[in-house]
Design a protein around this ligand. Sequence first.
Ligand code: GDP
Length: 443
Amino acid sequence: MFDSLSDRLESAFKKFKGQGRLDESNIQEGLREVRLALLEADVNFKVVKDFTERIRERCLGQEVLGSLTPGQQVIKIVNEEMVGLLGGETQDVDLRGKPAVVMMVGLQGSGKTTSAAKLALHFRRLRKMKPYLVPADVYRPAAIDQLQTLGRQLDVPVFASDTSMDPVEICRKGIEAAREEGCNVVLLDTAGRLHIDETLMDELANIKAACAPGEILFVADAMIGQEAVTVAEAFNEKLDISGVVLTKMDGDARGGAALSIKSVTGKPIKFVGMGEKVNDLEVFHPDRAASRILGMGDILTLIEKAQTTMDQEEAEAIGKKFQRAEFDFEDFRTQMRRLKKLGSLEGILKLLPGMKGLKEKLGNLSVPDKEMGRIDAIISSMTMEERRNPAIINASRKERIARGSGVSVNDVNQLVKNFEQMRKMMKRMMGGGTKGKTPRMPR
Ligand code: GDP
C-alpha cells in the first residue's frame, strides 16, 4: 500500500535536502513534486490543492527550529498535515448498544461480507465481545451462504436468513436473536448493487430506521480510487455514515481513496482490509499510515499484528525487549515463525521503520518469503547461548553455523550484521533508554 506514492514523495523531499534554508522558490519547487506525487496517486484535485497550500504557508511562516535541517522541517510539516488528511486521531467504533449494532453498507463487491466476518473476529479477539452475524443481502446469489460459511469457520453464530425474507425484517429479527443468544455485537451485512440506486438506498434507510445502528460503516474498495470517494459521498448523504472500511489496501491501490475520503465526506476511515483472509483487517491509525507513506515505518502495527496471535503479557515483553535492544535471535525466530502464519514476511518487514530506505543494505533481512526458511535454518544452527547473545558469534562460530545450515559464512555474517542494525533501529524507534517506560501497547 502507498508504495509508489512513498517513492515519489521520497524523491520530492530530496529537493529540500542540502538546502541551506527554505525560501519561496525552493519551497515551490519541492511542493510541485509533492503535488504531482499526490495527483498521480489519484488524490482528489481540490484536496491536493488545499493540502499543498497549507504546507506552503506553514513552511514560509514557520519559526526556524534549530535542531532540524530545512528538509527535516518540511517532512515534519508534511507528516503533520498528512495525519490530518488521513483523519487525525484514530477513531473508535461506537459499541454502546445492547447489543451494539454495526451496519455494513457499500457497493456489491466492495468487500462487505468479508469485512463483516473480519470485524466479528476483531471484536471477539481484541475486545473480548460476543459477535453475531446477520446476512441481509437477499439479492446477490450466495451472499447468505458466504456469510454462513465464514461464520462456521470462525465459530460465530449467523442468523438463519433466507432470500424470501424482507431485509428489514431479517435485521430486526437478527438483532433479537443475537440478544437471546447473549451476543453483544451484531454485524448487519446489507445488500449492495453494482451502482448506486434509489431502491437500495431506501432499503438501507429503512434498515437504519428500524435498527438504530450505533455504527454505519461504508465499505469501499480502495482499488477504485476517486470513484470510491464519490460513492461514499452518496451513501453519506442518504445514510449519514459513521465511518469507512477501506478494503483491498493490500493491492496496488495508489492511495487516492485513503487520502481523500475524510476531507471530502468528513467521515473517518476506521478499518482497512489488507487481504482476503479473515485475519487481514487492521484498525486504521492516521499517524501510523502517514509514517508509512513517508517511509518511517510502523512498528506499532507490527506489534499489534503479532499480538493477534499472542497474549498481552507476551506482547508487552517483546515491546520491552525492542526498547532495550534485548530482542535476540531466539525471539526473532519465534516471531518470524509466528508472523509467517499471519502473512508474508516481506509485508511485515515493510512495517519496520527505515526498512524501505535500508532495503538494499539489509539484503538478507528484507527477503521474500522463500528465503525465510534459510534464515530460520541459520538461527536454528546457533546454540541457545549464541541466539541469546549474538555478540559472542565470532569467526569460528560463524563457520560452524554456516556448515550446520548449509549456507556460506558470508550469509551468516550478513544476517548477524543486519540483525544488529535492526536492533539499534528498533531501540531508537521505541524510545529506548527511557527507563521503565513501556511502549504504548494497543488495546
Ligand atoms: P460484497 O459483495 O461487498 O459482500 O463483497 P465480498 O465480501 O464478497 O468481497 C468481494 C471480493 O473481494 C472477494 O473476492 C473478497 O475475497 C475480496 N476482498 C474483500 N476484502 C478484501 C481485501 O481487503 N483484500 C483483498 N485482496 N481482497 C478482498
